[in-house]
Design a protein around this ligand. Structure first.
Ligand code: ZN
Length: 129
């Protein structure tokens, strides 16, 4: 068992973050292609046409894709910031309260820059409480 010697741990996290970034970039590329299809009117909207004869299919498809793109680019940014924190030696610490981010959270979301408490708090603030 690896008793989380810092060096080992770091290269393990690095490869997790690398894999995550590759994944996100791949999805971003796919989404970009999808968006181009919609823009050029080449989208295969046959499935949606039936219940949407008005033709708003494309615009709702467009906003769906834009939503995904925004989400992906936010996560890519998070990923790069996590990589920077790893280099700086502050990976796994909350960027807001400097507390430790739980291991389960980091496993589920390796790029997480906030502990669960801060993430929830920000979420509440964002939703305009
Ligand atoms: Zn925090």
């Amino acid at each position: 068992m690896d008793d989380s010697r810092p060096a080992d741990n770091r290269s393990r996290i690095e490869s997790v973050l690398d894999a995550e970034r590759a994944d996100l970039e791949h999805s971003a590329e796919r989404t970009r292609a999808e968006r181009d299809d919609v823009r050029d009117g080449r989208a295969d909207a046959s499935a949606d046409d039936e219940h949407d004869p008005e033709g708003s299919t494309l615009s709702s498809e467009w906003s769906r894709i834009e939503g995904i793109r925004r989400g992906l680019s936010a996560r890519l940014k998070e990923n790069m910031q996590a990589m920077a924190r790893l280099t700086a030696g502050t990976y796994g610490l909350c960027t807001r309260c400097a507390g430790k981010i739980g291991a389960a959270r980091l496993t589920a979301r390796p790029s997480a820059g906030l502990c669960i408490d801060c993430a929830r708090e920000l979420e509440r603030e964002k939703s305009g409480a």
